[in-house]
Design a protein around this ligand. Structure first.
Ligand code: HEC
Ligand code: HEC
Length: 242
């Protein structure tokens, strides 16, 4: 706890230093970032090579379920994303990036640090990928939903489907995330963060694509994606819901 407090203070100091020298890249910050990226890439490669054992991952997932729910459904209000049905390759990248602080997630950092090694990461990703899909994700529900969804569908087909695929199912081999059936508010927040540079680990080609969208367009895209069903096995019994 006190270690992470110290790191927070250090990060704040580095941040303040960077502001003062706004136009000149701060050398120590640049190398810290590069170190983080290298660490994340190395851990990701090891986890991908480890394969992943879903049965072993069930135990490792326990610490995650407090926020993401035992079902991996997250929360409808988008505070916690749906993880169930996400490609293991994507989960592995996000976990490695968050561990190395390449993707900033202070509330979750301590918990992902409890995963012991790359095979633990691979196991938890294999477990989450295979969870059944709880229906009823958070959607856009204002009266103009139909128009918003139609507008989002068009934009998505034009600008996003090359990578994320027509039905938002992503691509496991290429590490493109499933977006279909994710909670509306989470999608909107992520796209704004990606556009505004707060989610630093994002695909640079996507950043260029999203950069030109205004908030109301991101709303339409989120409304469309949240209206789709997440691919996978739907959960059958009420007891699988939580
Ligand atoms: C204290 C609550 C909390 C706990 C515990 C937690 N997470 Fe998270 N997690 C979050 C939040 C909040 C986000 C979204 C952050 C954001 O908005 O960028 C997130 C995001 C993620 C993402 C990125 C999802 C995506 O679609 O990009 C993954 C993967 C993830 N968590 C996996 C895990 C795993 C695995 C564990 C357990 C080892 C875990 N989380 C534990 C709160 C938590
Ligand atoms: C060049 C390929 C590419 C294009 C084009 C692209 N994306 Fe992505 N997208 C990605 C990748 C790769 C990620 C995972 C980011 C990372 O590396 O951490 C991602 C992540 C996301 C996420 C975050 C998902 C999550 O679970 O946190 C959202 C939302 C998203 N993309 C929406 C879009 C939308 C909307 C468009 C079109 C305007 C788009 N993307 C265009 C490749 C792309």
């Amino acid at each position: 706890m006190s270690l992470s407090k110290n790191l927070l203070i250090l990060a704040l100091m580095l941040g303040v230093g960077a502001c003062a020298t706004d136009l000149v890249p701060h050398p120590s910050q640049t190398s810290a970032q590069a170190t983080g990226q290298n660490a994340a890439a190395a851990e990701r490669a090891l986890a991908l090579a480890a394969g992943g054992d879903a049965a072993a991952g069930k135990l490792a997932y326990e610490v995650c379920s407090a926020c993401h729910q035992p079902s991996g459904f997250g929360r409808r209000d988008g505070s916690y994303p749906k993880l169930a049905g996400q490609h293991s390759t994507v989960l592995i990248k996000q976990i490695a990036d968050i561990r190395a602080r390449v993707r900033d997630n202070p509330s979750m950092h301590g918990f992902v640090m409890e995963l012991r090694d790359p095979s633990d990461i691979a196991n938890v990703a294999a477990y989450v990928e295979g969870l059944c899909i709880v229906p009823g994700n958070g959607r856009y529900s204002l009266p103009d939903a139909e128009e918003q969804i139609a507008r989002g569908r068009q934009m998505f087909a034009r600008d996003c489907a090359d990578c994320h695929q027509a039905a938002g199912q992503g691509n496991k081999e290429k590490h493109y995330p499933v977006l279909a059936g994710q909670h509306y508010r989470y999608l909107l927040r992520q796209m704004q963060d990606i556009r505004d540079g707060f989610r630093q680990n994002s695909d640079p080609d996507m950043v260029k694509t999203i950069a030109k969208y205004k908030n109301d367009q991101l709303q339409s895209l989120s409304a469309f994606l949240a209206s789709l069903e997440t691919p996978g096995q739907p959960c059958e019994t009420a007891s699988a819901r939580k």
